[in-house]
Design a binder for this molecule. Structure first.
Ligand SMILES: Nc1ncnc2c1ncn2[C@@H]1O[C@H](COP(=O)(O)OP(=O)(O)OP(=O)(O)O)[C@@H](O)[C@H]1O
Ligand SMILES: [Mg+2]
Ligand SMILES: [Zn+2]
Length: 275
């Protein structure tokens, strides 16, 4: 796509902030956090979109209970995001089938993602949450750099290996000038069903170490809770206002929203600067 095409085809025109959700390590709960942050931001009264940018393991269709085989409406030039639980959602999974092999190399995948970001009619959004693919490779770097992220949230678990990878994620965002607004420590502890005491299964202090080192606040510590797995299996993110688990996400969402408001206002869109 030429720069001119991108300008005339910018579905991000009325999107105020793009928020990346990243983790260095896979499987730490990035998609679970992205989905719940999206519905929590919505519950604050914001208009919210969600881009599933994890093209190798897209999961937001499932998390939001979107029937398999659902295709976004299109006018031939751009797509209309699929609405679920009050969130506008777009995923490469909506455009591919079981028969489409996902054997893309980095540059192809990057290009396809940028195109998906721009060629979706996001409409009027306060926040577009982007569930980034795990890792800190070229795809993540390019997207972080070119999608003009207003900020990012880094998800980790307390284990040393995840913390080490989260550090790489933070440093990647630092390199491209994207502020990391907060850390979420997932699977942080388990609440005993009998007496309610909290048990730190994988040790403590992982995210706190990062907070100390980089000055990035821990905006959420989430328990290991089977309800989060069930929520994704059922396709219904937790969002009841009297639910302590959902309340964790709302607290994180408030912190993110405040940081976005405080941060320098950036016009979203694909950057013209070639690397
Ligand atoms: N706090 C939690 N308690 C219990 N289960 C959880 C929790 N967080 C995530 N899970 C479960 O762990 C699995 C991995 O979570 P998820 O898919 O969100 O991770 P991810 O980082 O996006 O993974 P990937 O790297 O594959 O994209 C899912 O089955 C999810 O339901
Ligand atoms: Mg995921
Ligand atoms: Zn107990």
């Amino acid at each position: 796509m030429s720069t001119q095409d991108q300008k005339t085809m910018n579905g991000l025109e009325n999107v105020q902030w793009i928020l990346g959700v990243a983790s260095g390590k896979g499987g730490v709960g990035k998609s679970t956090v992205s989905a719940h942050l999206a519905v929590a931001l919505k519950s604050l009264g914001l208009k919210v979109g969600l881009l599933d940018a994890d093209i190798y393991g897209p999961s937001q269709g499932l998390m939001f209970g979107i029937a398999e085989g659902t295709r976004p409406k299109t006018d031939g030039k751009s797509f209309v995001p699929v609405e679920a639980h009050g969130v506008s959602i777009m995923s490469m999974a909506f455009l591919t089938t079981d028969q489409t092999p996902m054997v893309w190399r980095g540059p192809m995948a990057s290009g396809a993602l940028q195109q998906l970001l721009l060629q979706t009619q996001w409409g009027n959004l306060d926040v577009l949450v982007v569930d980034l693919p795990p890792g800190t490779g070229d795809i993540q770097l390019t997207l972080a750099q070119r999608a003009r992220l207003a900020g990012a949230v880094v998800v980790t678990t307390p284990q040393d290996i995840a913390v080490l990878d989260a550090k790489k994620g933070i440093e990647m965002f630092n390199k491209v000038g994207v502020p990391v607004l907060g850390l979420v420590e997932n699977m942080s502890y388990h609440i005993c069903g009998k007496c309610g005491h909290q048990d730190a299964l994988f040790g403590t202090g992982g995210a706190q170490t990062l907070e100390g080192r980089y000055g990035i606040p821990v905006i959420g510590r989430l328990p290991l809770d089977a309800r989060l797995g069930e929520a994704s299996d059922k396709g219904t993110p937790l969002e009841a206002s009297d639910d302590a688990l959902a309340e964790n996400f709302r607290t994180a969402a408030k912190a993110v929203y405040e940081s976005l408001q405080q941060g320098q206002q950036q016009m979203p869109g694909i950057s013209d600067v070639d690397e």
